[in-house]
Design a protein around this ligand. Sequence first.
Ligand code: FE2
Ligand code: FE2
Length: 267
Amino acid sequence: MKPLAEMAEAVLRCAGGREKTALSRAFAAEWRVAREAGERPEIGTANPPMHPARPAAPELLSPRDVPQRKPGTPEGRIALLHAVAHIELNAVDLHWDIIARFTDTKMPIGFYDDWVKAADEESKHFNLMADCLEELGSFYGALPAHAGMWRAAEDTATDFMGRLAVVPMVLEARGLDVTPGMIKLFKQAKAASAVAALETIYAEEVAHVAYGSKWFHFLCGRHELDPKDQFHMLVGRYFHADLKPPFNEEKRAEAGIPPDFYWPLTA
Ligand SMILES: [Fe+2]
Ligand SMILES: [Fe+2]
């Protein structure tokens, strides 16, 4: 099996949505089998691209140019699933990117176990969303999508702790806030497969936020830094907006993000 960082780079350089997630899941399975056999596979180093390869469609637009659709209509629900599919595909790349980009910092092998598992789950999430879209007569790529999603990765490309603060602890934590409302909307529409898919996503995303919090605190401890102060400083530096309540305080707590981390960052 090739070193993990090289696997990560291969996923980042794979353009197609289904192709990227298939490769991601195959590599994650290889890693899991090796780890369950008690092996410590090599991490190695890689040369991750500044922008991961993506399919020709969807067209990527600035958020203000992405048309808004009413969530209570079939078109609105397709647009919402399309937006989630796009987020999940970005998340696949984000998790492999954190594996490939920061190999200069020596980390315990559990760090890699966590992000490989998260990347595998994001790949499943993308496939679930793509399946739901196809069931509704659409597909990933049929609508335009937000261009700004990779911004956080670019901004934190040389700051490992900044990456952990912004991606899992701000962006993925935001997913915990908004997913229950989406589940309710699809329940009202009696869209059973979308409800089941979103419930899977909601259940699994708590762990991704928790991995972020765990490794952020680990690095703070290694450098004798106060985690809350560091978090506020790094989010202020790399995240260009206020955090928006309402927060899912219960799930955030379950994921290891206490209220005094996020409330001071609201407007
Ligand atoms: Fe996800
Ligand atoms: Fe996630």
